[in-house]
Structures are given as structure tokens and as C-alpha cells.
Write a protein that binds this ligand. Structure first.
Ligand code: INI
Length: 173
């Protein structure tokens, strides 16, 4: 084996899988604005979590008026120590708001700040689109379901952080 090949074999890979750690508590924070789209994201997120082995009793859904309110409630949820990850769901549709950019950027910035401040996975399942059609496409039709994606990212992040915290190196090909 060449030295380069040997070095390659020595590389440590830390990956989170989606099924190892199912005993996890997930807080789903939801902005009710554009509810016809948002409720499909909530259904998608819950469905994805249940299908990956998370029990219903470990899932909480917390609703607030709109996406702008999500960072504060995510912060309280993180502070409560009741969750291993928080999934934020909402729909910001440009057509319907002149302050689209403010709501979109403040909610995203606020959620990342919570993740960093509380050292907790906070996933962003807020769809930001130019039109209602695009929002529908991302909430369970042509372009998948962003709520389900954000839920699965939360599970992967919990797993990868727990691998990082553990003493064992997970070596995967
Ligand atoms: N909130 C959303 O979640 N999506 C939107 O598209 C939206 N629009 O269109 O304005 C929206 N606005 C409400 C905002 O989130 C706050 O609830 C409101 O500004 C009060 O703080």
C-alpha cells in the first residue's frame, strides 16, 4: 500500500446517521403566518421524525404568529433544556409582504444565533419564496417538503454532535 493510501486509511470520519439516536426530544417551533403552507411543513416534519423512530411523546410543537417571532421562542425552548434540537418552520412569501427581506433575514439570523448561543442544533425549515406556487412546491409537492428536510437535519446534527462529544472515533468509509 502506498504511503498516500495508508494516510487516507488513517483519516477519521465523523458522520451522524439518522437512526442511531432515536431517544431524542425535538421542539418544533412554527410561525402560523401562511398557515395553509406551514401546516404541510409541520406534517412533513412530524412524519419524518416518527418514521425515523422518534416517539410522538418526545415531539412538541410550539406555534407563534409568524416567522419573525421564531427566534425568541426558539431561544426560550433552548433555554428550557427540554430539547435536543429545535426545528423552526415557517413560510415567508415575497408576493404577500413588503417587509419580506426583513422578516426573512431576521428570522434566519436569529435562529443561527440561538444555535450558537445554546450550543444546540436549530434547523431552519423556513421557506422563503417569491410566490405562493413556489411555497406549495416546497411544502410537500414537486420540490419535496422543507419541514421533513429540516427534521432530518436535526436528527443528523444531534448524531454528529454526539459523535464529536464521545471518546470513540467513528471511522466510516
Ligand atoms: N410572517 C411570516 O411568517 N411570513 C410572511 O410571509 C409574513 N409576511 O408576509 O409579512 C410574516 N409577517 C409577520 C411577521 O412574521 C410577524 O409576525 C409580524 O411582523 C409581527 O411581529
Amino acid at each position: 500500500m502506498s504511503n498516500l493510501q495508508q494516510q487516507r486509511n488513517d483519516v477519521t470520519h465523523i458522520d451522524g446517521n439518522l437512526h442511531e439516536n432515536t431517544d431524542v426530544r425535538i421542539g418544533i417551533v412554527v410561525g402560523r403566518f401562511n398557515g395553509f403552507v406551514v401546516e404541510s411543513l409541520v406534517d412533513g416534519a412530524i412524519d419524518a421524525l416518527l418514521r425515523h423512530g422518534v416517539s410522538g411523546s418526545n415531539i412538541s410543537v410550539i406555534r407563534v404568529p409568524g416567522a419573525f417571532e421564531l427566534p425568541l421562542v426558539a431561544q426560550r425552548a433552548a433555554e428550557s433544556d427540554r430539547f435536543d434540537a429545535i426545528v423552526a418552520l415557517g413560510a415567508i412569501i415575497r408576493g404577500s409582504t413588503p417587509h419580506f427581506d426583513i422578516v426573512a433575514s431576521e428570522s434566519a439570523k436569529g435562529l443561527s444565533a440561538v444555535a450558537m448561543d445554546y450550543n444546540l442544533p436549530v434547523t431552519n425549515g423556513i421557506i422563503t419564496t417569491d410566490s405562493i406556487e413556489q411555497a406549495i412546491e416546497r411544502s410537500g409537492t414537486k420540490a419535496g417538503n422543507k419541514g421533513a428536510e429540516a427534521a432530518m437535519v436535526a436528527l443528523e446534527m444531534i448524531a454528529v454532535l454526539s459523535q464529536l462529544d464521545s471518546d470513540d472515533d467513528i471511522v466510516s468509509a
